[in-house]
Design a protein around this ligand. Structure first.
Ligand code: PEP
Ligand code: MN
Length: 303
């Protein structure tokens, strides 16, 4: 791909591991979970406790909501960030939250462990430059009308500011299909592994918008080689102020996490079996990570 100097796959195929408060993107499988929006202290903290218990490693929650309608709930702003901070103190879970305005980057960064750039702002170049300068880890969601090349160029903007800590997030694109909210393009997972050294996670919540599709697409993302998931979970989805139809209940999330654990064990056994066959002593399909250890990805999935 043209013009990709910093995000392009390295000649030795080594992969970046982004360490966020001890949570490593690019090694293992990281699940970020939490409500679409921070609504109340009770809702956020109860959800945080529940997702942590189920195995999530980070808490998500929007304090600034980029909504289609200007009259829809726009988020609690600073109050929301303070609630997230309390939830972090209560659970120890690092926080992922969206920033939508260049003027807010530095002070939102005081609360966020990862700054999320949402789909609608993927090509907001001044925002990309600003979060690049912030030095915070960035979760860069794919724009709903964007090609892989456009998306990776946006990551390049952030790295070009001296910030290497970018995690990509596939969240579905607009296609002619209207049944789902978006078409979740899981083919981007092996494509990202082929073209860059950056980790990629998948958001099946916005990617489908349909509750019953979140579990199968989460399992599919794991099998496709994703480095993790971002999933919306709410203690009472019926009462949610945004995206009420796609937020998992706590029991639904717990069931998904149990299935993911089983699927991961199966994947590990598959990797071990085929690595053994490829080299006689392991390492066949695995790529090197920054520290020289091996990350299991589906390197052969894309030619
Ligand atoms: C979100 O994750 O809160 C969100 C708004 O997602 P997206 O930017 O992918 O629509
Ligand atoms: Mn949402």
């Amino acid at each position: 791909m043209k013009n990709l100097k910093l995000v392009a796959a390295r000649p030795d195929f080594s992969r970046s591991i982004i360490n966020v408060q001890g949570v490593e993107f690019g090694r293992g499988f990281v699940v970020i979970a939490g409500p679409c929006s921070v609504e109340t202290e009770k809702q956020t903290i109860e959800t945080a406790i529940a997702v942590k218990k189920a195995g999530a490693l980070m808490l998500r929650g929007g304090a600034f909501k980029p909504r289609t309608s200007p009259y829809a709930f726009q988020g609690l702003g600073l109050k929301g960030l303070k609630i997230l901070d309390k939830a972090k103190k209560e659970t120890g879970l690092p926080i992922v939250t969206e920033v939508v305005d260049t003027r807010d980057v530095s002070w939102v960064g005081e609360y966020a462990d990862i700054l999320q750039i949402g789909a609608r702002n993927m090509q907001n170049f001044s925002l990309l430059r600003e979060v690049g300068k912030s030095g915070k880890p960035i979760l860069l969601k794919r724009g709903m009308y964007s090609t892989l090349e456009e998306w990776l160029n946006c990551a390049e903007y952030i790295l070009a500011e001296g910030n290497p800590n970018v995690i990509l997030c596939e969240r579905g694109i607009r296609t002619f299909e209207t049944y789902t909210r978006n078409t979740l393009d899981l083919s981007m997972v092996p494509a990202v592994h082929k073209e860059t050294h950056l980790p990629i996670i998948v958001d099946p919540s916005h990617g489908t918008g349909i509750l019953s599709m979140i579990e199968p697409m989460s399992l599919a993302a794991l099998m496709a080689g994703a480095n993790g998931l971002e999933i919306e979970v709410h203690i009472d989805p019926e009462s949610a102020l945004s995206d009420k139809d796609q937020q998992l209940t706590v029991p639904q999330f717990e069931k998904l996490m149990r299935k993911l654990d089983r699927a991961k064990a199966f994947l590990d056994s598959l990797d071990a079996e085929f690595a053994d066959k490829a080299s006689g002593n392991g390492g066949g399909d695995a790529d090197k990570t920054d520290d020289g250890s091996e990350a299991k990805i589906f390197a052969d999935a894309v030619d």
